[in-house]
Design a protein around this ligand. Sequence first.
Ligand SMILES: Cc1cc2nc3c(=O)[nH]c(=O)nc-3n(C[C@H](O)[C@H](O)[C@H](O)COP(=O)(O)OP(=O)(O)OC[C@H]3O[C@@H](n4cnc5c(N)ncnc54)[C@H](O)[C@@H]3O)c2cc1C
Length: 387
Amino acid sequence: MGSQSLCLGPLPTIPQMAVFDVCVRGSGPVAMAAALALARLGLAVAWTGQRGAPAAGDVRTYALNAASARLLATLKIWDSLPADARTPMFDIRVEGDRADAALQFSSFSHAGEPLGWLVDAAELEAGLAAALRFAPHVSQVADGADAALQVLAEGHASAARARLAVPMEVHAYGQHGLAARVVADRGHAGQARQWFGAPDVLALLPFDRPDAGCSYGLVWSLPDARAQALQTCDTATFEAELQAATGGAAGTLRLASARSSWPLVLAQAQAVCGPGWVLLGDAAHRVHPLAGQGLNLGLADVTVLADLLAARAAREPWRALGDEKLLRRYARARLLPTQAMGLVTDGLQRLFAHPSPLARELRNRGLDLVDHLPLLKRALVRQAMGT
Ligand SMILES: Cc1cc2nc3c(=O)[nH]c(=O)nc-3n(C[C@H](O)[C@H](O)[C@H](O)COP(=O)(O)OP(=O)(O)OC[C@H]3O[C@@H](n4cnc5c(N)ncnc54)[C@H](O)[C@@H]3O)c2cc1C
């Protein structure tokens, strides 16, 4: 039952009187995408995010798959991103901790389609926030609002989830993911590079900012103390460490941004829905960023929920939006993909963090083996691309 009122000006702040179909809580990319996607269905959406663009300064470069790009295109965000804030990735080279162990994925085996895109995190959030300011059916509310359905996308420390007493299974890796932008003295040619050390995992993601054609988004997963040291050391020391870790394979690398880091965990909510509420994004699940999939999972949550509510409007309009039976379909649809991603990222992290010679032999042979199995490689890429 969508609201009949069309809001054409900047997002109004509603003190409290309107009746909403949905209240979306959270101000990150998943909450903003959810508010936009549900408003497109004609639902009256209350959103608790901040008015205007979020603060710039997130130095992350998100690897987004085709499914996420499709959702963002539907929401009219994808094409509004500046060209240099969205770089296609055509190859991925993964190296183990033995010189000859490597695995290569290429867009050639996928009809030349990019394997994914690297998107500027701050620019993506700014684009979503700008779209929300003028989205029909979306009203900003300061502290939430009564609604048939509460969509909880408040990130990992969700207060609403805590109020509902939903338990989280959390495994802390004892690592931080350190992110920054770096510039190389040679072109990236659309190739992402990843080094699985023991226990470090270092990814250089091809990007066009700050310098088109030769910049990278860096994500370096490191034990907590080493991450802290590399975040605070002087630039020359950091660049020397980075050069040593990459062996010069991507050229000489220069630090081109501030450095930020995040603690890394594997987490899964024991329930992602109940009567009148659903959990989305990091509020529901978190994975190690070694596969660049956390936000892709959150945006897939949005797509599944929006599709479910669209199907309800078409086939079961008598069913309340917060009907638990309806919402359990969302939970069922998301269970396998999120658990599978958690298992894969956790398994890889553990295998590569293990210091024993046997684990070393296994992981490096494993890379070589997968590299020689084109069908498996294609399936892995399709999975990561969300196709
Ligand atoms: C180093 C690193 C690299 C990553 N790289 C990738 C990648 O390449 N690809 C990928 O797919 N994923 C990646 N991720 C994962 C990705 O960052 C997260 O999965 C994603 O940010 C989750 O989005 P979210 O909106 O659910 O939560 P968040 O981004 O945490 O946003 C939630 C926001 O809502 C705010 N909030 C809480 N309560 C309220 C409320 N009541 N009202 C308003 N606001 C509220 C919170 O303060 C927070 O700012 C990476 C993560 C890390 C740490």
